[in-house]
Design a binder for this molecule. Sequence first.
Ligand code: B1M
Length: 213
Amino acid sequence: MELKQEIMQNVIEGKMPVVKTLVEQARKAGLRPEELLNQALIPAMGVVGERYTRGDIYVPEMLLAARAMKAAIAILQPHLVQAKVEPVGRMVIGTVKGDLHDIGKNLVSLMLQGAGLQVIDLGTDVPPDRFIAAVREHQPQFLGMSALLTTTMPNMKTTIESLHAAGIRDSVKVMVGGAPLTADYAREIGADLYARDAADAARRVRAMLVSAP
Ligand code: B1M
């Protein structure tokens, strides 16, 4: 079996030690991190999601697959982030209240660091008041919110409303993303930016920094 396919299969099956070995092997064989992400790791999560929807697997299997995925990303991390000495901007990021999914948010965070941003990651299940406290403390140009559940997407709107109520809405550009989101939804809730994936997030943030006066 081809190495990428083998990695994908083992992530799906949640075999973390095998995945780690294979990813190291793939790197030594010269496969690029982006190639491994886009052609093996992210598609694996897609298959896991489909199997979960069909009822073929349950939450424990999803957790094992997520653990294997995270271990693979940890190996790729230094190759995805080329640290720049002087950050070109700052983003506070987190997964919204009620939502524990962080793989996508962590990838966005890595890509933004690769694009030269300083990222303050608040983790998962972040309520509006924690986002607000972090914006006040770190004064970032960007606030990023991730949501993977249709039931937690509305918490992005609640957070934006809280930013308004706190009088700091205009101090940050709000970027939102996550599998169930659309550009229309982002507009509806009053976000400034929507990105469909991590590379898109980095592109849009860079573009906005370049066009800023
Ligand atoms: Co969850 N889960 N899960 N899960 N899970 C989904 C999201 C689901 C679609 C599976 C399914 O039913 N097919 C479904 C949601 C249904 C819905 O709401 N429509 C679901 C469910 C139902 C649940 C539970 C409710 C299950 C249960 O307990 N009964 C539960 C909820 C827990 C909670 O959050 N409160 C749950 C739990 C979990 C685990 C903990 C087991 C695990 C998460 C582990 C972790 O993240 N540490 C998990 C997983 C792994 C998944 C799937 C399989 C994979 C998610 C993932 O990591 N994708 C997922 C199915 C799927 O997505 N196909 C599923 C890979 C990742 C790289 O992509 O996160 O989309 P993604 O991120 C992308 C883009 O969306 C974008 O860029 C990223 C990188 O390219 N992006 C941004 C993300 N955030 C962004 C922010 C930005 C910009 C772009 O700007 C700031």
